[in-house]
Write a protein that binds this ligand. Structure first.
Ligand SMILES: Cc1cc2nc3c(=O)[nH]c(=O)nc-3n(C[C@H](O)[C@H](O)[C@H](O)COP(=O)(O)OP(=O)(O)OC[C@H]3O[C@@H](n4cnc5c(N)ncnc54)[C@H](O)[C@@H]3O)c2cc1C
Length: 475
């Protein structure tokens, strides 16, 4: 069957938008596909753009294969010298090495650069700009500079929301030069004095990235990280295997999920199998579990289980774990459980009062306070122009938990819950449907489905939780 030529505009040229553009272009070299991205470099986004040589992928090379030619491992072969430490750690086995994140960004940028190099009237092109709204007449997007890009389909791939300041009693701080609102911003650490103490708000993977970056850049001042529970991410450990156990029995609630996982961990540890394999075996079923839960269970998960789940599910490469341990042991970094109770200015520093989880309080003077709370989570309120436009015109609706836009398959649901025939979303934006849709393997599956869907004039197979189950267990 001959598919009519179509045009597609992709909003966002991070990992999801770039890979989708590449795969759609591969399937339909004559379609007009335009990727809109404000940043100079395509294919990197936050994850593979704002990173230094000390930042490693949190999965091995083999889990970052995304069906492009050459494959990631093959592309890395002649670059072994750029990942010498990772190879020493993996016993020279490239597919199981934890490579620098920057290299994956280089890989993506090179793939997209090759495809863009063929300058033809049709095909893949990139436009530097920010989409601020959908067109009112016809389909397409309007950019900040007034340009209009018309297309048959619009695919939203704007990734995570920018981090938001934590709610707290002293919001004045967040408007001052003491506060670093977005640690991924290019100028985030321009004003940091290497001898001054730094307060990091949050203790997850973002905090780990920032602490390692500062240490690597020679920061000498103490770093104190504070989070409600004071829990930091766990480390990968190889060895053993565990049979998937959530595939056919979906736990009815987060409490039931926690019980099942705990029981499996006990069984695994009794056989000297690392608990990490239990989480790896659970991962492909996470979308099914989430998809089956009602809003009440999802809310319970976010409130009571999410932090513990995340530190076990989103783990650090072994070398990153060792570096974090060494920062903790030598006292350069300390992690405390507590919450911010207040700030006051003290000379050219900020004096933060922390209420500690176990009771009591502590005062910490810092030159800078860095927001390490991770991506924002308020789709229902945030006023980023495009997000607000979609919401206010009823073209998209945030889920009741505010974690993303509601979608069916990848089609965006309008305010009345009807799936669009031309507006689609990819990646973290679609979290309400799947939850586990933030990492490369799941997004890759989603992209393949959307390419197949747009390629067919008849309804193509829908993206279902079974697609993620088919991914197989793994890190
Ligand atoms: C620090 C970090 C490390 C990670 N490490 C790993 C890992 O090792 N392995 C793994 O599998 N996963 C990892 N992930 C997860 C995963 O790879 C990312 O979440 C993924 O890159 C998401 O890609 P994205 O394109 O959807 O979003 P993003 O990468 O955030 O890209 C979105 C893009 O959209 C653009 N944009 C936004 N709004 C507009 C607009 N209005 N108009 C035009 N453009 C717009 C932005 O400029 C941005 O470039 C990591 C994530 C982070 C944050």
């Amino acid at each position: 069957m001959i598919i009519q030529e179509k045009s597609v505009v992709v909003v966002g040229g991070g990992f999801s938008g770039a890979l989708f553009g590449l795969k759609l272009h591969r399937a339909h070299p004559n379609w007009r596909i335009v990727i809109v991205e404000p940043k100079k470099k395509l294919g990197r986004g936050v994850a593979y753009g704002a990173c230094g040589s000390q930042h490693l992928l949190n999965v091995p090379v083999s889990r970052m294969e995304i069906g492009l030619t050459p494959g990631f491992a093959k592309w890395l072969e002649p670059r072994r010298n750029e990942m010498a430490e990772a190879l020493v750690e993996s016993g020279l086995d490239l597919p199981s090495a934890y490579a620098p994140r920057r290299l994956f960004g280089d890989y993506m940028e090179e793939r997209i650069g090759e495809a863009l190099a063929a300058k033809t009237r049709t095909g893949l092109t990139a436009v530097r700009g920010e989409a601020v709204r959908l067109l009112s007449q016809g389909r397409g997007v309007l950019l900040t500079d007034g340009r209009e890009i018309r297309a048959d389909f619009v695919v939203l791939a704007m990734g995570n929301l920018p981090p938001r300041p934590p709610s707290g009693p002293d919001n004045w701080l967040y408007d001052t030069g003491y506060f670093v609102p977005d640690p991924w911003a290019a100028d985030a650490f321009d004003d940091i004095d290497p001898d001054e103490p730094v307060l990091l708000i949050g203790a997850g993977l973002t905090m780990v990235d920032i602490a390692l970056r500062l240490a690597d850049e020679g920061h000498r001042g103490k770093m104190l990280a504070v989070s409600r529970r004071g829990l930091n991410p766990r480390t990968h450990k190889g060895g053993g295997a565990w049979v998937p156990f959530l595939h056919d029995k979906i736990p009815a609630s987060p409490l039931a999920l926690a019980k099942i996982v705990r029981a499996e961990i006990e069984k695994a540890e009794a056989q000297n199998i690392p608990w990490q394999r239990v989480f790896d075996a659970a991962r492909p079923a996470v979308a099914s579990v989430w998809n089956n839960w009602d809003d009440k269970s999802r809310r319970q998960f976010l409130r009571h289980l999410r932090v513990r789940w995340d530190i076990h599910r989103h783990r650090m490469a072994p070398r990153i774990g060792e570096e974090l341990d060494s920062l903790l042991k030598n006292g350069k970094l300390e992690i405390v459980a507590g919450r911010l109770a207040g700030f006051q200015e003290a000379g050219n520093q900020v004096e933060a009062t922390l209420k500690l989880r176990g009771g009591g309080s502590r005062v910490f003077k810092a030159g800078q306070v860095v927001n390490c709370t991770g991506p924002g989570n308020d789709f229902d309120k945030i006023a980023i122009p495009l997000v607000a436009d979609l919401r206010e015109r009823g073209l998209a609706r945030a889920d009741s938990l505010g974690v993303g836009f509601e979608t069916e398959d990848c089609a965006v649901l309008d305010a009345n819950g009807r799936p669009s025939s031309w507006l689609f979303a990819l990646g973290p934006l679609t979290r309400p449907a799947w939850w586990e849709i933030t990492a490369v393997p799941e997004i890759n599956i989603q992209i393949d489905r959307l390419v197949a869907q747009l390629s067919s004039d008849t309804p193509a197979p829908r993206l279902t939780t079974a697609d993620f189950l088919g991914m197989g267990e793994g890190i």
